[in-house]
Design a protein around this ligand. Sequence first.
Ligand code: NAP
Ligand code: 3JM
Length: 339
Amino acid sequence: MAKDGYNVAILGATGAVGQTMIKVLEERNFPINELRLLASPRSAGKELEYMGLKYKVEPVSEEAFEGIDIALFSAGGSRSKEWAPKAVEKGAIVIDNSSAFRMDDDVPLVVPEVNPEDVKWHKGIIANPNCSTIQMVVAINPIHKVKIIKRVFVSTYQAVSGAGAKAIEDLKNETKAFFEDKYYYPEALPYHIAFNVIPHIDVFFDNGYTKEEMKMINETRKIMHAPDIKVSPTCVRVPVFTGHSEAITVETEEPITPEEAREILKNAPGVIVEDDPKNNVYPMPIDIAGKDEVFVGRIRKDFAFDNGLSMWVVADNLRKGAATNAVQIAELLVEYELV
Ligand code: NAP
Ligand code: 3JM
């Protein structure tokens, strides 16, 4: 029997993702009995609001997970590695937003529109995929189910909020300084991002790809249960506050027309098609920030492949790319009576 309410903890509650989690839990009316907001000792005592009430942020500790049913983690990979096993030991189910456990064989990696059933084999930790992967698989999996996708080429245009609260401040401060004829030294991003684009997200590997790009390659295969799908990503940071955009080209085994793809995507869960080039209608980050769906436009035949299809995919990286997807996973736990 489902309970009336669950004890929920958020680790990283003061961060860009954590604060969005609080909002999303509130908006979706997730059944909460007790809410614990956790962060570093730096934030202890800080107050955050949920449902009109003020909650004091507590420093993370083992005791903080006592009696918790669901723990939403968004405090970075090393904090996840340190605290997730302890939270599980205390009896919590951890939904982890970092890359720490995503590729572990005994950890499901879940996008509810794509592989909801995978939550059923969790052993205490469920991983939330990377923001760029989430919006891509929500858009391409419905096509893959009808016409098998062999490969995917993707270039991302990623908002600064994906790099955390300090990166948002970098863009604000750099822009302000520019108009005052000053220079602001970036604190969170590798280079100045205002009036620039940076083809570098997360660390570089020896193969010439970044870790963000390797996440898109490996996570896509795991979520879609498609070990043979080939992904060629280039991940780029752009001076946008919220909303990642992606230029995606897929090659299918069988031919697919743009009209077929549009019909498939119109009926796909969590997808909104905004595609009317004659009237200049296509999704843009400025319009979709604050929304939970994945928006698709510019659906067209790709001229470089016989069976090629191109599209433009936009989603709110802090919501569907992180907080909303995590809360949807929590909702699945309730629906399947796993908590
Ligand atoms: P952020 O704005 O920089 O926030 C970081 C959060 O982690 C803050 O609440 C911070 O608390 C907390 N924290 C830092 N060090 C800590 C420590 N030693 N102990 C406890 N808490 C600590 O970053 P964000 O954008 O919210 O992202 C947070 C994490 O979520 C990322 O590192 C990443 O792993 C994950 N993430 C995932 C996605 C996704 O695609 N699914 C997207 C973005 C981020 P204080 O305020 O006290 O410092
Ligand atoms: C998005 O400190 C860290 O380990 C966080 C790095 C990070 C990640 C990650 O690898 O967990 C920042 C922003 C992500 C992510 O979603 O993969």
